[in-house]
Design a protein. Sequence first.
Length: 374
Amino acid sequence: MTEAPPPQTEATTSEASTSAATVPFRAGREGYASFRIPAVVATASGTLLAFCEGRVGSRNDFGNIDIVLKRSTDGGRTWGPLQVAAENGDALAGNPAPVVLDTGRILLVHVRNAALATEDAIRRGAVGPADGRRVWVRHSDDDGLTWSAPREITPQVKREEWRWYATTPGHAVQLSTGRIVVPANHSLPPTGRDNGTEGRYNGGHCLLSDDRGETWGIGYVDDHTDGHVNANETTAAELPDGRVYFNTRNDSPAPGTRADAHSEDGGRTLVKPFRPQAGLTAPVCEASVLQLRGPDLLLCSGPADPGFRALMTIRVSTDGGTTWRPAFTVDGLPAAYSDLVRVDAETVGLLYETGDFGAYETITFRRVPVSRLT
């Protein structure tokens, strides 16, 4: 088991507004040049676990990268010391996809690859399988204080022809049936449709486990390369009627930058392939969804400026993702990736990348009253 660092005094931030914010991660601090790709979950005891990538040498998405973690036992008002939740020596461990199970165990699904294996090289097939994207899982049974040794699950969840591979980003979900669903994406080998871009087409899929993470398989696969939807980073939520709602970043030029789909069999298949979701105006960027119960609201967080990563906003749907309305805008500052968590009956937590002059200066946590969303 990986031991947690000794306890330290936690810095405090007063609640000056109805949506108080703290900063668990700031670029250039604690041994990392940059922090990116946030994910957050609440454990069975109510502890918040904020994960992200700690990028050692730069902001680049390759190199020496660890998955780091901070814990909060007071609803995100203060944060404990930085822990390393997953590492890969001097290489890359990234794309944290945590999920809290009904047993209380916390699973952390993530990817690894060689330090110098860039996304472009992996997509072009210039990187061998041993150095390319591989999928791993580890767990914690003590509220995120310590973590098991990592276990590779690549053969169960990655097809041989897939090159680039990414889990989520953001939290994964356990359904009311007990099934674990981890949204993911992959790249396809170059085809005549690539127009010289060498495998830029993405496909969407998800990882499924029906035995609490012991064994894994592949659920739906949507290689929808018709020029309208190019599924990339994907997030999921279970709706009150039991359907699974998937929302994805759309890297295709038109129409729109987001797309969504539903599954009626727990992520095994999609009712229809991903289709554009014009109700979510956004730049090309990751987003997060979260289903609230009491009130029954489906939330989506992400930047709302149509052309820039800025204007972090929570949108609300009351019809399972068919239509959306803006409910809470944080501010007009730069902002990028985000994740949502239910803190308690009155509060939603938003963990997001932001800064005064650039979106990657901090990863900030904001407490948002549920009343502000209704």
